[in-house]
Design a protein around this ligand. Sequence first.
Ligand code: ADP
Length: 583
Amino acid sequence: MDQLPKLAANYAPLSPVGFLPRANAVYGDRASLVYGRVRFTWSQTHERCRRLASTLLLTLGVRRNDVVSVLAPNVPALYEMHFAVPMAGAVLNTVNTRLDAAAVAAILRHAEAKLFFVDYDYVRLASDALQLIAAAGAPVPLVAVIDDLDRPTGVRLGELEYEALVAHGDPTVELPELQDEWDAVTLNYTSGTTSAPKGVVYSHRGAYLSTTSLLMSWEVGTEPVYLWTLPMFHCNGWTFTWGMAARGGVNVCIRENRPAEVYRAIARYGVTHMCCAPVVFNILLEGGDATARLAKPVNVLTGGAPPPAALLERVEKIGFNVTHAYGLTEATGPALACEWRAQWDNLPISERARLKARQGVSVLSLADADVVTDDAAMARVPRDGKTMGEIVLRGSSIMKGYLNNPEANEKAFRGGWFMTGDVGVVHPDGYIEIKDRSKDVIISGGENICSKEVEEALFRHPAVADAAVVAMPHAHWGETPCAFVVAKDKAAGVCEDDVMAFCRKRMARFMVPKKVVVWDVLPRNALGKVEKVKLREEARKLVPAVAVAPPAQKTKGKPTTKTVGGGRRDEHPVEQVMAMSRL
Ligand code: ADP
């Protein structure tokens, strides 16, 4: 076969930024974004992005591959920067608004940010971060404030201001064409739940393919009304920043996920889609009348942490149609989605919730996803829903790599796979289920306990609103589970003995938490993930000051290939061979 050449007519580098000129051409007079009293159409959004891109290039001297950082909640400017910054050939770095000054400074320095846009409400945090950078003698980026577009405040940090930069731009300026689809489009730092944040680089190609494949996995049709409950700074809003332009959707921007505001926006704009971490379900349950139903069903894509089946059941009853996805910053957001099968439609709601709580099958932009053994062979585990191993991914939505971090890259890419660090199983129908993060697995007397399995049971307890389970050092078993729970009714509280008795009926004894701590609220990061590092510290403090023996046999922090769910589940496996007094 002749090698036919790539021509301008049949080959164009893939980039999600191209969805914007298309939205201008196809949906120009349709609403693109609403924020308070602010309304834009797709033509206006297109023009504003072109203006900002021209200012970045011609006035602020931004060059190809320069990093432009932004610290902002879900406001119009943050949305526009997802197009304007790469249109100028630069790389967008969205910074988590819940970080402290030292973490923000560390990111700006590591990213070598040239420009730093800051929402007016975060000026204090930004200026503290900038001072830290200056004190360290490192280069300080140029700063521009994003004032409130609906109700300007006049807050400034230096002279530059976002709206003035947009107004100053010229929408007719010719912008550089993307030469290579492998060029970086964005830089996102991991949330650092298990290790220091790492800078994850996405290519234009990866972002394009992830966007289109997620729109397909979630079956998003044209002209959706999308409520921004997921921070855009998290994996570029799981690519729906670009995805809404691809589908001519309306972006409904709100600064904070307060229950009243979420429900008001749903009713007022006829929201059809939203994404959120499972923790936002608690907000939805708090804010709505749990017995009432939504006027129209709202499609919710949830992920980022395991959604307990009991919680899925409750939000679905109100009229939220939940799709469950699993992913990581390194996989441009969702990498697996629990694709729904028509044959499950008529199952009882609790069974449907159980099936839906599984993480699912790979999105189309991935070439493969599986669970492999943790030895050198990295063999695929049998599809038995029991044999555990590490979840691995391969394909176009996997990041280019970590910025300036060769050691982390070496660890992350192995044997042709991206290693997720999550422990899972594959069910006979090919659906993957995460059992735990490898660092959260509790090893008791040499046996693995998946914190998620214990948490699932705790969420079924009638008095428990929220729960997390971590390892507590134990003199004999090495580690035992310690549960932190939040009461549904704060005044009535939760009884520790009652929770333990409840668990004993539902799981093997060795899995039952040996301590139950009742807290008002669990510590969570900006993405709603429970900060288990903090809980482990607390759990350590609860241990009497006795010498702690190392856990039997295994090395902690590595997923182990072994089966769950089989055998006798009422005894600690080690107890079966050792006649020892319990605890
Ligand atoms: P970090 O790794 O710093 O927490 P990420 O936001 O990239 O930052 O988190 C990815 C991790 O979140 C995954 O490795 C996994 O442990 C967890 N996660 C994501 N989605 C799900 C899900 N649907 N169910 C269970 N865990 C999930």
